[in-house]
Design a protein around this ligand. Structure first.
Ligand code: PXP
Length: 243
């Protein structure tokens, strides 16, 4: 099925990064979530990292209480995060790889190599009624693994695309487009995200099978200059124009 409207999930982690820089409670990611809800964002994405470097445990319930937007909880495949997800019951849980020393989620999840570890976690989330997404590289091997694991959604890591230039970027774009089509043919909803900006979003947004983009760092950075509402509205307009 080809979704008519491409949803925009706004990742508000870096509002919490700025808050945590001073250890207080300003700026509050909850306020960011409310602004996103008011200006046409379709969802809130937040990554509770093992080291709690940005979003904290108590933020999750506050974000859920503050808006009606679906919460997409990004989480590592650990027992601790599974327990937190089951307690908070987000709309969706996106399983991401996590390494303490990385600055951000630098690559996709090795769904193919970690089937046995991921399987019980995917099952427990799905049994609880949480939509399960796997953040994977746009590769057949990883998509096959996601299908075998019974994921509802795959989110393709667009970092390689975002960092590539010229011919290489066209190659990366085709990889994502081909994998989005293959996911849709297999009944998995394809999403995409990471490193998307005003400059590179449109070619991704034009991929017809994609149902959702999750965008964070660039929007929060732009918000410093133009405000979060303007940044989200501009991203939304670019996405809609590409569709
Ligand atoms: N999707 C997932 C699964 C992520 O982990 C992240 C953040 O790393 C994003 C989307 C958003 O990426 P960015 O902050 O680069 O827009």
């Amino acid at each position: 099925m080809i979704p008519s409207r491409l949803r925009l999930g706004v990742n508000i982690d870096h509002v919490a990064t700025i808050r945590n820089a001073r250890g207080g409670d300003h700026p509050d990611p909850v306020r960011a979530a409310q602004i996103v809800a008011a200006c046409g964002g379709d969802g809130i994405t937040a990554h509770l990292r093992e080291d709690r470097r940005h979003i904290r445990d108590e933020d999750l319930a506050r974000i859920q209480a503050a808006t009606n937007l679906p919460l997409n909880l990004e989480m590592a495949a650990t027992d601790e995060m599974l327990e937190i997800a089951l307690r908070h019951m987000p709309h969706a849980a996106c399983i991401v790889p996590e390494r303490r020393e990385e600055r951000t989620t630098e690559g996709g999840l090795d769904a193919a190599g970690q089937h046995n570890r991921l399987y019980p976690i995917v099952q427990k989330l799905a049994d609880a009624g949480i939509r399960v997404s796997l953040f994977i590289a746009p590769e057949v091997r990883q998509l096959d693994a996601a299908i075998r694991l019974g994921a509802h959604v795959v989110e393709f890591h667009t970092g390689e695309y975002a960092h590539a230039a010229g011919e290489d970027r066209a190659v990366e774009l085709k990889r994502i487009a081909d994998m989005a089509a293959l996911a849709a043919r297999n009944g998995i909803e394809p999403h995409a995200g990471h490193g998307l900006t005003y400059d590179n979003v449109q070619a991704i947004a034009a991929i017809p099978q994609l149902a959702e983009l999750n965008i964070g760092h660039y929007l929060i950075g732009e918000a410093v200059f133009v405000g979060l509402e303007n940044a989200v509205v501009q991203m939304r307009e670019l996405m809609d124009a590409a569709r």
